[in-house]
Each structure stands twice: as C-alpha cells, then as structure tokens.
Design a protein around this ligand. Structure first.
Ligand code: 1CP
Length: 343
C-alpha cells in the first residue's frame, strides 16, 4: 500500500496529481451496475452476495481507474441486523417494517451481533482479493445519528418529522439508542478492518437536520464515542478515518476533532477558506457539486480544475464529489471530470 496516493494524502502528503474517488461511485448511474441489479428485486439481497459486492465495487475502478475503492454495501445493514426489518423495494428507497416508534422499542431491542452482518466482512475479503495490490479499500458506516434517523423515521424522508418529534419528546431514550448504535458501529468497523479495509469513512448524511447545539448533543458526541473506541483499539488505531458531515449548521472548522484524519466536504462548503484553516492538521476531501456533472463538458472541466488549482499545494487533498453521484448522471461526464483532474 506504500504507493497509494490516496493513503499518502490521508497522512497529509502532497501528490502532484490528486487522488480521486467519489461517493456512490458504484451504483445506479452505471449501466453495468443496472445489468446486475436487475437480477434482484430487493437491493439488500444483492448486498448479501459477497462475490456480487466485489464485482460491483470493481466496476468503477475498471471504468475510471480510480485511486480508491469503496466497499459495496449500505449504511443500513446495522439497523437491519437489529431486526428493524429493512427492505428496498423496486423503485423505492429503504423501508423498515419495525421502525423505532417509542422508547419501549429501544428497551426491547436485541443486542447487536456482529455475526449477523458477516456477509459484509465476506464482501470485504472478496473485494480485497480482486483489487489491484496497491489499491486501498474504504470501509464505512453511517454515523449513529444518521442511522437513528432512518430507524425512527422508518425510511428516507424529506423532513424527518417523526425523528424530530422523537428527539423533542424522548431525548434521553434517543441518546441511549445513539450509544447502542455507536457501539455497534465500532464493532462493525473493527471487523471490517480485520477483514482488510485500509481506511474508514463515517457518513453523517442527516447532519443538516440538526441545529448547532443538537448537532453536538445528538450527532457529534456519538460519532466521537465511536472514533475514540477505534483510536483506543490496537486493531484500528492506525486506520485513517474520514468524516462526512452533510451541510451541518455548525461551521466545519468548529466541529472537527482529533481522531479524524480527513474531512469530506459537502459541496456547499467553501473549500478555499476551510483549507486555510486546516492546513497541516487535516486532510481534505471534496467537493465538486455533483449537479455540475449534469451540465456541459466545459463547465465540468472548469469547475474541476478550479478546485484542483485551489488545492494544488494543500498537503493531503483527495478529489471527491461534495455528495453522492445521482443516477441521472452519465458516466461520460464523470470521465470529463477525471481527465480534468489528471491533466
Ligand atoms: O436500488 C438500488 O439499486 C439501490 C441503490 C443503492 C446503492 C447503490 C443504495 C440504496 N445503497 C447503495 C450503495 C451504497 N450506499 C454505498 C456503496 C456504493 C458506493 O459508494 O460506491 C454506500 C457507501 C452507501 C451509503 C449510504 N446509503 C448513505 C450515505 C451516503 C450518502 O449518500 O449520503 C446513505 C444515506 C444510504 C441510505 C440509502 N441506501 C440506498 C438509498 C437509495 C439510500 C438513501 C435513501 C434516502 O434517504 O432517500
């Protein structure tokens, strides 16, 4: 792994050409993904096939020669293992048949058993076997807060009203739940590391639902609990951790903490001013607005080069999108972005 530009960047080294990978790089915008996906009516069944996961993780690597691969799985495997009854039906997002609707539901939760998600660790092993030797694999989980939001809401949502109501009415029980999730995430990531991943990313995709103070009390506190455990454990202590906070109300520079190596910036963040503040302390990943990939090639080229120019001298820069790629983006547009980075 000594030759990995991605891992060099995470340890604050400069690369003459920045490494690139992007969130949701394996997925619905790729025709080769759709080809495999059509064999499964429930997306989760596909995630339970390690050989298929490896094949899907490799698709974007084969197509774009990216600098890092990400495990093919989902953040919702943990609430599924807690028996909340997850399914992804045709044309719909995730749905839980037994969501957390009351404090009693938290009291009677089963203990998280890492063996229940053994299929994820098998997927890590299989993917590592197939990846080129110097290509790092990123493992991941959702932040405890983001997982709790899905578990309480019972699926995706625009405004997460049930979750916000639960937070107001039962803050103490919610915090108990967040602690359970934080411990589950720790065991889950630890086992991913034992199975071969080289870096970890934590997705706080619903950070934007929280006010400045609530972000601290319901999200960051539990993500820190997780990263503290990872840093205290000799198995995981040397594995770099990337944190993605989606458009938080708090300033990025005010929410960072020690255990993190890299911050993945949402596209609404100003990478230039953040880079000035974090130079030589944290690696930065980001942050092209994925919508740019729906526009003309010239705009994609210019916007990509703009970020690369700003970050040219920054020790520890990883090019990425500012959130996941969407299914309506054409793979040819991604190629324009990658050529602009490597030019
Ligand atoms: O129908 C399909 O084909 C399923 C689409 C899909 C895919 C390809 C889902 C359902 N999940 C995934 C894979 C996935 N999810 C990966 C690995 C692939 C890769 O990145 O290359 C990863 C890292 C995730 C992480 C994930 N899942 C996040 C965090 C990232 C983010 O975008 O903020 C979140 C929020 C989820 C939940 C989820 N899973 C799937 C969907 C459609 C959603 C979003 C639901 C919603 O809130 O609307």
């Amino acid at each position: 792994m000594n030759n990995s530009k991605f891992l060099k960047a995470l340890s604050l080294q400069t690369n003459s050409i920045p490494p690139v990978w992007f969130m949701r790089q394996a997925g619905r915008y790729l025709p080769e993904y759709q080809e495999i996906r059509k064999n499964y009516s429930n997306f989760l069944d596909m995630c339970k096939q390690p050989k298929t996961c490896a094949e899907l993780a490799l698709q974007p690597i084969d197509r774009f020669d990216l600098d890092a691969s990400i495990l093919f799985s989902d953040i919702l495997t943990i609430p599924d293992a807690l028996n909340l009854g997850l399914a992804f039906h045709e044309g719909e997002g995730p749905r839980f048949s037994n969501p957390i609707s009351s404090p009693q539901d938290i009291k009677k939760l089963i203990r998280f058993d890492v063996n229940a998600v053994d299929y994820v660790f098998k997927a890590v092993e299989e993917t590592k076997k197939q990846l080129p030797k110097d290509l790092p694999l990123i493992g991941f989980c959702g932040s405890p807060w983001t997982l709790a939001a899905y578990a309480i809401e019972g699926g995706g949502s625009k405004d997460f009203r049930k979750t916000k109501k639960f937070m107001k009415e039962h803050p103490d029980e919610l915090q108990e739940f967040l602690e359970i999730l934080s411990n589950a995430c720790y065991e889950y990531l630890r086992q991913q590391v034992l199975s071969g991943v080289n870096a970890l990313q934590i997705f706080d995709s619903w950070a934007d639902l929280l006010s400045d103070k609530d972000l601290e009390d319901f999200s960051l506190r539990y993500t820190r609990l997780l990263t503290n455990q990872l840093k205290a454990d000799p198995v995981t202590s040397n594995i770099p951790i990337i944190l993605f906070e989606k458009a938080p109300k708090k300033k990025i520079t005010d929410l960072i903490f020690e255990d993190i190596s890299c911050i993945s910036l949402h596209w609404q963040e100003d990478i230039e001013s953040i880079a000035l503040n974090l130079k030589n302390k944290y690696a930065l990943q980001g942050n092209l607005d994925p919508h740019v990939l729906l526009g003309p090639d010239e705009t994609i080229w210019n916007e990509t080069q703009k970020i690369c120019t700003i970050m040219n001298e920054y020790p520890g820069f990883v090019f990425n999108l500012g959130h996941g790629i969407t299914p309506d983006i054409k793979p040819e547009k991604v190629k324009v972005m990658i050529d602009a980075i490597r030019k």
